[in-house]
Every structure is written in C-alpha cells, then in structure tokens.
Design a protein around this ligand. Structure first.
Ligand SMILES: [Zn+2]
Length: 91
C-alpha cells in the first residue's frame, strides 16, 4: 500500500520541503500557548521542523519560529523542543 498523496511541509530551519510526518509540529494554540504538537492536529498556527538539533539551531538563530508563529517564543519552549530532539536522536 503506497500513499497517493504525502502532505509536505517546509522545515523552518533548513527550509526544505519534507513529508509532514517526518517533521515535528510546533503549534501556537488559540489560547496563546506554544507547544509541541505530537498529533499534528492541534488547532492553531503551526510550524514544522526537522527532528534534528542542526535544524533546531538554524531555526533558533533565524528566529524562524517567532516569524512562523507570529509571536515571541519563550526560551522554555525552545528548551523543551531541544530536549525532545535530543531524546529522539538516539532512535
Ligand atoms: Zn530542516
């Protein structure tokens, strides 16, 4: 069974289009929170990032997440994203 249509999203770090399921979604919810969205279905403005520390640091350096979500991103959000990346990096 091969998927007919793979939804693509652009990584805010390296700016590469990738399959949505290969990226992590960070969502700015309507109530003002910013969090990682493991389901990819939470309501709100989303940004996508490759699950690598390299892309994380690119996005951080460029303030790409702030731009994508159109709001300031607190340091603890970055910390929690980074922790998740470091956790998944080991497979
Ligand atoms: Zn990337």
């Amino acid at each position: 069974m091969s998927p007919k249509h793979v939804p693509l999203r652009k990584c805010i770090g390296c700016q590469t289009m990738k399959a949505k399921r290969d990226l992590i979604r960070i969502v700015a919810t309507p109530d003002g929170a910013i969090r990682i969205d493991p389901t990819g279905k939470a309501a709100g403005r989303g940004a996508y990032l490759c699950p690598t520390v390299a892309c994380f640091e690119l996005a951080l350096k460029r303030k790409a997440l702030e731009r994508a979500l159109k709001r300031p991103v607190p340091a603890e959000i970055w910390d929690s994203v980074k922790r998740q990346l470091e956790g998944t990096a080991h497979g």
